[in-house]
Design a protein around this ligand. Structure first.
Ligand code: GLN
Length: 500
């Protein structure tokens, strides 16, 4: 039985039916992580002993007849910016090379309560800043579809782990696209939930008004199951607003007849590659074919999204990252001889280039004299962006958009041009600025043979509608079932270091 090729829900069902054990499932992925892991460098830490131990305990509970979630006994990988008690949690940074959190993030507790088995912690851009997983202190991650290409980012390790069948599903975090874009680059499905629906307690913060945790998997059913587990109210997160966890049991009838889907035509005019454009517009035709009413319209605020996002995200990052000062926790330089040089040296040595760039940008836009011109302006623009989506949702239930203007590119190709990297976030960042949910899912392949992703955007708390729409698409197409042939490009080994 090829456990690694099954979806998370299929593995869960086989465990419930006693066709396989939870330990067997964990072993299949742990062995693969050991023998094939270096081809992608998807994991920073593999938790072999802990995972086998957890799997045994869960199996006992299942054997005793305890009724558990559909994901009970199923392995999962989690991004390394989610705190795991007693297990190294680095956020991809040298700053946290020796950070062993004294508590679990709420999502980790929720996964454990549901009987999930945590396989390991996945690689990411440092502090989730980036779109290619090239800025990690723990080496770059490679795309399983072509190991010369980036897997996207910042949750590139989670995406590579699932696409390379080193985990059946994973958790990532999305501040401006970091779940959706790596899913698009690796041919996976991922959900960026409505702001406030998943607790951020224990997520190492990047930009708190934008950060959300969400699932990444082979298909939307797996993602929906995982989102049901991790969502819901948490007293430890003051932005938590969902009273109960999501229940998507009615989302899988495959019927989208009469559903109103809007396609923002100005999203397809400049800067987008032909192959992405064609794949997403073909998906629009498929929705129409399934009985949806598809119409073109415009979202006029798109050109302001990237500047507003980078001002707000960097401002919040500069504040969030001020806690890493070499005193309270994290890396401390041994080159320092007084308080100020401790701050200075520890931060200079502990942070990589991209984190420093953003701390400086953020401090600049918040400084007196510039605050009104940049930060305040960006907040006003954020309001306009929100409003433009609200207007669209008066007419449409779902908005269909690309995830990224292009497919996965070669490692090293864009990393020295931060502006080009930032501009590639054009389709994803508005969603975080507006606090909305979006599902990314595969809809074709580009000229270079790499997957293309589309994004379904909905109004706040309409995850069920998005999941229903994505499910209908996956019921009638097979892009989500395609997997890369890792053996073919196993030769290349990950470079150490990334861009630091
Ligand atoms: N690429 C975006 C950035 O670098 C998004 C990152 C994210 O969602 N964590 O900010």
């Amino acid at each position: 039985m090829d456990i690694r090729s099954m979806t998370a829900l299929e593995i869960g069902e086989k465990i419930r039916k006693r066709e396989i054990s939870s330990v067997e499932a964990a072993k299949a992925f742990l062995d693969a992580a050991k023998s094939e892991g270096s081809a992608t460098n998807a994991y920073i830490t593999v938790l072999e002993e802990e995972a086998l131990d957890a799997a045994e305990k869960i199996q006992k509970r299942i054997d005793q007849g305890e009724s558990m979630s559909p994901l009970a006994g199923v392995p999962v990988a989690v991004k390394d910016n989610l705190c795991t008690k007693g297990v190294k949690t680095t956020a991809g940074s040298k700053m946290l090379e020796n950070f062993y959190p004294p508590y679990h993030a709420t999502v980790i507790d929720k996964l454990s309560d549901a009987g999930a088995v945590i396989l390991g912690k996945t690689n990411q851009d440092e502090f989730a800043m980036g779109g290619s997983t090239e800025t990690s202190y723990y080496g770059i991650t490679r795309n399983p579809w072509n190991t010369d290409c980036v897997p996207g980012g910042s949750s590139g390790g989670s995406a590579a782990a699932v696409a390379a069948k080193l985990a059946p599903y994973a958790l990532g975090s999305d501040t401006g696209g970091s779940i959706r874009q790596p899913c698009a680059f690796c041919g996976l499905t991922g959900i960026k939930p409505t702001y406030g629906s998943v607790s951020r307690y224990g997520l190492l913060a990047y930009a708190s008004s934008l950060d959300q945790i969400g699932p990444m998997g082979k298909d939307v059913k797996d993602c929906a199951a995982a989102l049901s587990v991790i969502s819901g109210y948490d007293i430890k997160d003051s932005t938590s607003i969902l009273e109960k966890p999501f229940d998507f049991s009615r989302a899988f009838d495959g019927n989208i007849k009469g559903m109103k889907i809007g396609v923002p035509k100005n999203y397809f005019e400049i800067g987008i590659s032909e192959d992405v454009k064609n794949a997403v517009l073909n998906a629009a035709k498929e929705f129409e074919h399934q009985g949806a009413i598809v119409e073109e319209f415009e979202i006029p605020t798109i050109e302001y999204a990237v500047p507003a996002y980078y001002i707000i995200a960097c401002a919040e990052a500069s504040s969030n990252l001020s806690r890493y000062d070499g005193i309270k926790f994290g890396y401390r330089s041994d080159q320092a001889n007084d308080l100020l040089s401790t701050f200075y040296q520890s931060r200079s040595e502990g942070f990589g280039k991209e984190a420093k760039r953003r701390i400086m940008l953020g401090s600049f836009v918040l400084s007196s004299g510039y605050f009104d011109a940049y930060y305040k302006k960006a907040l006003q623009v954020r309001g306009l962006i929100k409003e433009s989506f609200q207007q669209a949702f008066q007419k449409y239930q779902v908005i269909l958009s690309p995830v990224s203007p292009g497919t996965a590119y070669k490692i090293g190709e864009q990393i020295s041009d931060p502006l080009a990297m930032y501009l590639a976030d054009i389709y994803t960042v508005s969603i975080n600025l507006a606090g909305l949910p979006a599902v990314a899912l595969p809809c074709g392949f580009g000229e270079n043979g790499m997957p293309v992703g589309m994004q379904l955007i909905g109004n706040a708390f309409t995850e069920e509608t998005l999941i229903k729409t994505a499910y209908c698409y996956q019921l009638n197409t097979d892009y989500h079932t395609k997997t890369p042939d890792l053996v073919k490009n196993k030769e290349s080994l990950p470079a150490k270091g990334g861009d630091r």
